[in-house]
Design a protein around this ligand. Structure first.
Ligand code: MRU
Length: 340
C-alpha cells in the first residue's frame, strides 16, 4: 500500500523507496532507504537527485526515523549529517531546518512525522502551481529548449521546468522540445527524454553544444530551466551548462525562464557569487557509467575539471516562474519578491 507515490519516490507510512536514477532508462530499480548512510550515498551518487526531490526524500526519511526509538540527540546529529550530503541545492537545507525547527518538546517525534508528510505534499502542490503559471507562457507551435532533468523524477510532483512543458502539452498545445543531453551525467539524455516519451511529448535530443546552432537558425522560441538555489537578487545556480544557454539566449533574443518552487530560494543568500558550487569526481568527465555499462575514453593520467553547477546572473533572466507568481526584472527590487 502506497500512501504516496510519485515518479521517483514511494512512501507507505513506514518505508521510503526511491527509483535509482543512475540506472535509467535501461533499468527501473527501486531501492529502500533504510539508513542514513544509504540515503546519503543515494543522494551523493545521484540515484536520488533534483533539488526538490533531494529535500523531500531527506524529510520523509527523517519522518520515518522519528518513529523509531532514536534519541533526540542522535536524530539531530543524523539530520545534520544528511543536510551536508550535497552543497548546492538549498531545498535540502531549507527542508531539514524546517524539520529541526518543529522538533521541540515532548511529542517532537509526532511533529516531525507530520512535518515530513506536509513537506512531501507541499512539494507536489508547488509543482502544480508552477506548471499552471508557467504553461501560460507557452503557445502552440513553440519550440522549447530545456536542460538537465526537472520533471517528476526531480520532485514529488510534475516537476519544475519540465512540469511547465508537460502541462502545456496536456493543454493540447502543439510543442516541440529540444532536450539538452546535459553532460557529464546525461540527466537530459537519460531522464528528461525518458519522461517526455512516457508523456507522449514531441521531443528531440541534442548534444549540449548544438543549442547555439539551433538558436542561430531561429529554431528555439523559449528556454525553460530549473534551479538548485535562487539568491535574493535573482541570480540562480543550476546544472552546469545553464549559464552558457542564458548567454546564448541573450545574444539571440530568446526568452529565458527559470522555474522553481519558493523552497529553492535562499533568503540568506544575497547574490549568486555566494552560492557554494559542488565539485564532483573527475571520473564523470573522463567516462560514463550507468544502466548501459561503463566506459572511460580519456587517458588515465589526464586530469578533468567537474563543477556540477554554474550561476546565471539575474540580468540574463526573462522571468522567474515560482509557485507564487511569474516575476520579472522590475519585481526584484521589492523585498521578499519571491513570496509574491
Ligand atoms: O545534479 P542534479 O541532477 O541533482 O541537478 C539537477 C538540476 O540541476 C535541476 O535542474 C535542478 O535540481 C532543478 S530541478 C527540479
Amino acid at each position: 500500500v502506497h500512501i504516496f507515490e510519485s515518479t521517483g519516490l514511494r512512501y507507505d507510512g513506514n518505508h521510503l523507496l526511491v527509483l535509482d536514477q543512475t540506472l535509467l532508462p535501461q533499468k527501473e530499480v527501486w531501492v529502500t532507504c533504510d539508513s542514513a548512510d544509504t540515503l546519503i550515498n543515494l543522494i551523493q551518487r545521484l540515484a536520488i537527485r533534483g533539488a526538490p526531490l533531494i529535500g523531500v526524500s531527506a524529510s520523509v526519511f527523517l519522518g520515518i526515523q522519528a518513529s523509531t526509538n532514536i534519541s533526540f540527540e542522535d536524530f539531530t546529529q543524523m539530520a545534520m549529517r544528511i543536510k551536508a550530503a550535497r552543497p548546492t541545492a538549498v531545498n535540502l537545507m531549507n527542508n531539514i531546518e524546517q524539520i529541526l525547527a518543529i522538533a521541540k518538546g515532548s511529542s517532537w517525534q509526532q511533529k516531525v512525522k507530520q512535518e515530513a508528510i506536509a513537506i512531501l505534499n507541499e512539494d507536489k502542490e508547488l509543482c502544480e502551481k508552477m506548471a499552471i503559471k508557467g504553461a501560460d507562457l507557452i503557445h502552440s507551435g513553440n519550440r522549447i529548449l530545456t536542460h538537465c532533468n526537472t520533471g517528476g523524477l526531480a520532485t514529488s510532483g510534475v516537476g519544475t521546468a519540465l512540469g511547465v512543458i508537460i502541462k502545456a502539452h496536456q493543454q493540447d498545445k502543439s510543442i516541440h522540445v529540444w532536450v539538452d543531453e546535459t553532460r557529464p551525467l546525461l540527466q537530459g539524455g537519460r531522464l528528461t527524454a525518458w519522461e517526455l516519451q512516457k508523456e507522449g511529448v514531441n521531443h528531440q535530443l541534442i548534444c549540449d553544444s548544438m543549442a547555439a546552432m539551433l538558436m542561430q537558425h531561429g529554431r528555439v522560441d523559449k528556454i525553460f530551466v530549473g534551479s538548485d538555489r535562487i539568491a535574493r537578487n535573482g541570480d540562480f545556480a543550476n546544472k552546469i551548462g545553464t549559464y552558457s544557454l542564458a548567454v546564448l539566449a541573450n545574444y539571440h533574443k530568446v526568452p529565458f525562464y527559470v522555474v522553481a518552487p519558493q523552497t529553492t530560494v535562499d533568503a540568506a543568500c544575497e547574490q549568486g557569487a555566494d552560492i557554494p558550487i559542488e565539485m564532483r569526481d573527475e571520473k564523470e568527465v573522463k567516462g560514463a557509467i550507468g544502466g548501459f555499462g561503463s566506459v572511460q575514453w580519456a587517458p588515465e593520467t589526464s586530469s578533468a575539471f567537474n563543477p556540477a553547477f554554474d550561476v546565471t546572473p539575474a540580468e540574463l533572466v526573462t522571468g522567474w516562474v515560482l509557485d507564487t507568481g511569474v516575476f520579472q526584472q522590475q519585481d526584484l527590487a521589492k523585498p521578499l519578491w519571491w513570496l509574491g
